[in-house]
Design a protein around this ligand. Structure first.
Ligand code: B16
Ligand code: MG
Length: 213
């Protein structure tokens, strides 16, 4: 088996918070009178909160100060966290839970590599708080995907070289980050057909094929 560790993106891979991100950004955009739709929301996948805000503001007809932008990001996050409060263990699918347990049973180290500063909160909500061997997220990085920092830190935390870790991602920016860091990548969901990925997963459990002996 080539891999000794797997680093999972969170949103779009382990669970889905897309709809909540959409509703929270849409609410902010509506308040500001800025056009926003699901296609624009899709561009925010894997992108940090402040970089996401800049994309939302692309359609604004005025410019905002940094203080205003900080306030907008804070307000979006407050609503987003309220919506996340609806999540619970039922938002972790049986397929994801069973596959994670099967990977662990094979002796693989399992880590999270997410751009989200809400990662600990989301993991707690879905019943995976404390499950992973390491959590690298938006709280411990200074460069957002496609910079590989979040994955390199995750690999370091589990004591493995990128060459023996597989990164699982649903965002094109995340696949690029994995490649930039020297990782093999498995692309799923929105990024499934990304040609830079080593593996293309139709379903989460397909990861088992990538770690077969
Ligand atoms: P937060 P991931 C990313 O998570 C989301 O895909 C992206 O839409 C979001 O803007 C980003 O986290 C930051 O999230 O506002 O919670 O810090 O896909 O990297 O797990
Ligand atoms: Mg994602």
């Amino acid at each position: 088996m080539k891999y000794q560790g797997i680093i999972f993106d969170l949103d779009g891979v382990i669970c889905s918070t897309d709809e909540y991100h959409y509703l929270a950004w849409k609410s902010l955009a509506d308040q500001l009178g800025i056009y926003f739709d699901r296609q624009i929301n899709n561009r925010l996948r894997g992108v940090s909160r402040m970089a996401s805000l800049e994309i939302v503001l692309e359609k604004a007809d005025k410019t905002y100060t940094q203080a205003e932008k900080d306030e907008f990001a804070e307000s979006k996050n407050t609503l987003y966290r309220q919506l996340l409060g609806q999540m619970g263990p039922a938002d972790l699918s049986d397929e994801v839970r069973d596959t994670l347990n099967a990977l662990r049973a094979k002796g693989l180290k399992l880590a999270i590599g997410s751009s989200s500063k809400n990662t600990p909160f989301i993991l707690d909500r879905i019943g995976l708080g404390g499950y992973f061997d390491a959590v690298s997220d938006g709280n411990n990085i200074t460069h957002s995907k496609p910079d590989p920092e979040v994955f390199l830190k995750a690999a370091q935390m589990i004591g493995l070289d990128p060459s023996v870790c597989l990164v699982v991602e649903d965002a094109h920016a995340g696949v690029e980050a994995g490649v930039n860091g020297g990782f093999d990548t498995a692309a799923i969901g929105d990024a499934r057909d990304d040609e830079r990925a080593t593996w293309h997963l139709n379903s989460f459990s397909d990861i088992m094929g990538a770690v077969a002996d």
